[in-house]
Design a protein around this ligand. Structure first.
Ligand code: NAP
Length: 275
């Protein structure tokens, strides 16, 4: 029997896109729960700033700091390999990977270029696959590992004029189920978290102080946006012994938005092009 169902002490988690927004909130939640976090993204100054903040949350012990950073581009196989190797060099193990790297292109679909579509897919879907494949080798050897992918409300309902993003986030559900099915025999659980609307760098301009944001809040039963902290707890849960039979599922955290059953909160066919 497990003594503490929610214990993630000393687990090592690598978080792509972990230097800002939801990924950083997840890193903070792990560090505050006694785990070690490695955060990675393309912008090194941002990564260094995040690591400084994270290490203040938990001063660590004689073994050294509890958070570290790595320059990471999930669109490059070499970069992903380097990030995994650096994590292993620093902490000697890897228990959890969280795929939180993401970009967004918002424009009418007629204007969306194949390059833009592919870039969004490459970052969210192929990027996630790359990180999962690289982690799988370690997880398989340990016969233990937890993969947490970032899905979205747009995995379930349309959010207007973010077609590439929606297609990618739907693919994340399929990817999550496939890995859950294929790798469970190696002790690897794969799940996803689908956050509702949390103002971060990826969407702030679209939803903060805009009509779109107002409509979203109106149609969210809890009448507000979420925060990174409110998403992060589910990641700690999914990595903990309490979730050891949870595999292939997506936890939606949206203040009730999906339950309200209202797509993107307004009719796209009645919307002016610039909305
Ligand atoms: N915020 C929401 O309402 C919401 C809702 C549902 C789902 N999500 C998902 O949650 C995840 C985190 O988003 P967020 O809201 O926290 O936005 P965010 O603050 O913009 O975080 C995304 C991070 O991804 C990094 N990134 C982008 N491309 C990358 C690449 N090629 N390689 C490595 N890192 C890369 C960015 O840093 P660099 O530019 O430095 O690389 C950035 O720090 C995303 O997958 C997003 O789609 C967000």
């Amino acid at each position: 029997m497990t003594t503490n169902l929610f214990d993630v002490t000393d687990k090592v988690v690598l978080i792509t896109g972990g230097a800002s927004g939801i990924g950083k909130a997840m890193a903070a939640a792990f560090v505050q729960s006694g785990a070690k976090a490695v955060v990675g993204s393309r912008t090194l100054e941002k990564v260094e700033g995040a690591v400084e903040e994270l290490n203040k949350l938990n001063p660590g012990n004689e073994e050294g700091p509890v958070a570290a950073g790595v320059a990471l581009d999930v669109c490059s196989e070499n970069s992903v390999e380097r990030a995994i190797n650096k994590t292993m060099d620093l902490y000697g193990r890897l228990d959890v990977v969280i795929n939180s790297a993401g970009i967004m292109v918002k424009k009418p679909t007629v204007e969306l270029t194949a390059e833009e579509f592919n870039m969004v897919h490459e970052t969210h879907v192929t990027g996630t696959l790359r990180v999962c494949q690289a982690a799988e080798k370690i997880f398989r050897e340990q016969h233990d590992g937890s993969i947490i992918n970032l899905a979205s409300i747009s995995s379930f309902v349309d959010l207007v004029q973010v077609t590439a993003y929606a297609a990618a986030k739907n693919a994340i559900l399929g990817l999550t189920r496939s890995l859950a099915n294929e790798w469970a025999k190696h002790g690897i659980r794969t799940n996803a978290i689908a956050p509702g609307f949390v103002p971060t760098d990826i969407n702030r301009k679209m939803i903060e102080g805009t009509d779109r944001g107002r409509r979203i809040i109106e149609h969210t039963p809890m009448q507000r946006f979420g925060t990174g902290d409110e998403i992060a707890g589910a990641a700690v849960f999914l990595a903990s012994p309490a979730a050891k039979f949870i595999n292939g599922h997506t936890i939606v955290i949206d203040g009730g938005y999906l339950a309200s059953g209202i797509g993107d909160s307004f009719a796209p066919w009645a919307m002016p092009e610039e909305a």
